[in-house]
Design a protein around this ligand. Structure first.
Ligand SMILES: [Zn+2]
Length: 162
């Protein structure tokens, strides 16, 4: 299991970049929220990009992008579905709390930490972003068809070709 411990202030000041992945299984709290079954052929992978910056906001900051697809249960048809997440965050890094941020939801504040656990931060953000009652985007009642009702794939093709 990988660990991602970084000195976040230094990371920002020296404008480092980190692109890596880890498995959802490595996140215990997150795994508890998901449908992890044997039939998940591939374990869900979390891809992240972290970029330190010290110019954009005139103080040390980090931009974090998280991309993943997480298996959950659709609350309408109770079938497994994947929630696709593509999240971006900007964090200001400071030793003292930044009060002005209260009015600005676009930015978050992270306390300067020489041993910040990046994986924990990513897990926290994913837990917050996970929909409470996920449902398929399209009406899924029709998709959970009983046997014998499957559409003939050739019939569908025929309809598309003119
Ligand atoms: Zn559904």
């Amino acid at each position: 299991m990988k660990t991602f411990i970084i000195n976040n202030l230094e990371f920002a000041q020296t404008q480092q970049k980190l692109i890596d992945t880890f498995e959802v299984f490595d996140c215990k709290r997150l795994t508890e929220m998901l449908v992890i079954q044997d039939k998940n052929v591939e374990p869900a992978t979390i891809l992240f990009e972290l970029a330190g910056d010290c110019k954009r906001f005139r103080q040390p900051s980090m931009h974090l992008n998280i991309r993943t697809k997480l298996p959950v249960i659709c609350q309408r048809c109770l079938e497994e579905m994947l929630v696709e997440l593509d999240l971006s965050f900007d964090y200001l890094i400071s030793k003292v709390a930044i009060n002005e941020l209260d009015e600005n939801d676009e930015m978050d504040w992270l306390e300067a930490n020489i041993e910040m656990n990046l994986q924990e931060l990513i897990e926290d953000e994913l837990l917050l972003a996970l929909p409470i009652a996920p449902t398929h985007e399209n009406s899924c009642g029709k998709l959970s068809m009983q046997s014998g009702e499957k559409p003939n794939p050739f019939a569908i093709l025929k309809g598309k070709i003119k």
